[in-house]
Write a protein that binds this ligand. Structure first.
Ligand SMILES: [Zn+2]
Length: 324
């Protein structure tokens, strides 16, 4: 699906591609300089290949009578020159393609397009920058797994369980997208659901994966504004295509059939695309079922792996620690 992105997002993606291109090309120049110094014969072969290419272009442009024969001669010569060059480079550097430009994406040579169509590398960049923009606009700062403190949970079973949850989520992020199921974080306020889900967004973002972290209410308000033409944007498509979507505090939004339709379209759409979603909510089991229509609730219940958070309100524990 072709998604429209903001000018800012497109600009960032183009800049990143230009950066990759210029690194690939300047590294190639460095290798060429080395070869000029150490292996003049190979440098000469490379030059003759380039001249052959220019001659070929000229011939094609000229449309002269015997152009075809001449072109074949140049081509045949190029092939043998190329072979000799690769042999020399392999002997000297161990790599027959030492003088090639090493693009990050050989498919599009870091231009972002293949035959006029957005290359996958460009799509990944657009998704990533769109997710970063959403995260920057979110009121909640993203945290790092290293900030996890076992002591925020009561000693014994609960702490052991939460240590296990944290370890599982670290591995979940390291292995992503292999075995990445959708997750439902359920449990009372202040038990670290938002904290741990924001750690997922950050850990994945640091790996260059597009991971958007949004508050349920803010997300739904934005969708509503765009849907009714009160705001410009294409948030729905972006939410449907980012590699990971984290919806914080589901259930905090006002009851509304419009909101519920948006939620269903997002959650169902991502399930159909096999893209994982993480939802955190204070609503557990039957409460979630009674809050939403069956089709939404059962989609969540059947497709999401539920992780129940237990303990005492960490915000209160932190406040007590500060007072000490
Ligand atoms: Zn590409």
């Amino acid at each position: 699906m072709s998604v429209n992105y903001s000018e800012e997002t497109v600009r960032k993606a183009e800049q990143e591609l230009a950066r990759r291109r210029s690194i690939a090309e300047s590294e190639q120049l460095e290798r060429e300089e080395r070869i000029s110094r150490e292996l003049p014969e190979a440098a000469e072969l490379k030059r003759s290949l380039r001249n052959g290419y220019f001659e070929l272009v000229k011939l094609i442009a000229a449309h002269e009578g015997d152009a075809k024969k001449a072109a074949e001669r140049i081509r045949a010569k190029s092939i043998s020159t190329q072979e000799r060059l690769e042999q020399l480079l392999a002997e000297h550097t161990g790599d027959p393609h030492y003088l090639d430009v090493r693009y990050s994406c050989p498919a599009c040579r870091d231009t972002g397009f293949v035959e006029g169509v957005r290359c996958n590398c460009m799509k990944d960049l657009l998704k990533r920058f769109a997710a970063e923009e959403m995260n920057e606009n979110s009121a909640i700062a993203l945290h790092d797994f290293s900030e996890y403190r076992p002591t925020y949970y009561p000693e014994g079973d609960i702490r052991r369980r939460m240590d296990g949850v944290c370890a599982y989520l670290r591995k979940y992020c390291a292995d992503f997208p292999i075995g990445s199921c959708s997750l439902l974080f359920a449990g009372g306020t202040g038990l670290g659901k938002t904290f741990l889900s924001s750690c997922i967004a950050r850990a994945l973002g640091e790996r260059g994966i597009s991971a958007a972290f949004v508050s349920a209410f803010d997300m739904l308000r934005t969708l509503e504004n765009e849907h009714f033409g009160r705001a410009q944007g294409n948030t729905m498509d972006q939410l449907l295509t980012v590699d990971m979507l984290i919806i914080d505090d589901l259930g905090s939004e006002p009851n509304s059939s419009v909101y519920e339709t948006f939620l269903y379209n997002i959650i169902n759409g991502r399930i159909n695309r096999r893209l994982p979603t993480v939802i955190s909510t204070n609503l557990e089991g039957e409460v979630l079922r009674s809050r939403y229509h069956d089709r939404l609730a059962s989609r969540i219940m059947s497709e999401f792996r539920c992780i129940i958070f237990r303990g005492e309100d960490i915000r209160q524990i932190k406040a007590l620690e500060k007072r000490r």
